[in-house]
Ligand binder design. Structure first.
Ligand SMILES: [Cu+2]
Length: 151
């Protein structure tokens, strides 16, 4: 019995690696806008700790386009990839390389896989669509903690 369990666990671990998100990505969800059209990010403050691997799930539940933009955030992380899925949830696009803004169409979801690299406190998050920022579509992102291999 034991070898079979070990084999199953081993296969599961391989599956995790095969998806490219690693076994320990911490999932964090954020909404850009709301179903009833409010100009907000929910939550409007995000925190990430160095030494951990994150999967930030950005969803637009509203009826209009919204951005998830943060120039500083983009320079404080290492982006592994951004995945975009179709309506069935199947990944149709993978974006690799540095990213600092995403525009999400109504109903869209994107998954941003990254490692926090440098500390930053209350880095500005905003939506630069039309006058959304002035209407309240702003937030902050903090990266804290020590580098993984420092004492
Ligand atoms: Cu917006």
């Amino acid at each position: 019995m034991r070898p079979i369990i070990a084999l199953v666990l081993f296969s599961l671990a391989n599956l995790c690696f095969a998806t490219g998100e690693g076994p320990r990505a911490i999932e964090v969800k954020v909404s850009v806008g709301t179903e009833d059209g409010k100009m907000v990010f929910i939550p409007d403050h995000l925190e990430f700790e160095r030494g951990k691997h994150y999967k930030l799930v950005i969803h637009n539940p509203s009826n209009e386009d919204h951005y998830f933009s943060s120039d500083a955030f983009g320079t404080h992380i290492h982006t592994n990839k951004v995945e975009v899925a179709d309506k069935s949830g199947k990944t149709i696009v993978e974006v690799h390389g540095a990213v600092h803004a995403l525009e999400l169409k109504p109903g869209a979801t994107a998954e941003w896989f990254f490692y926090p690299m440098r500390n930053g406190e209350n880095m500005k998050l905003y939506c630069h669509k039309g006058d959304h920022e002035e209407k309240g579509m702003v937030g902050t992102i903090t990266i804290f903690g020590k580098a993984p291999f420092s004492k």
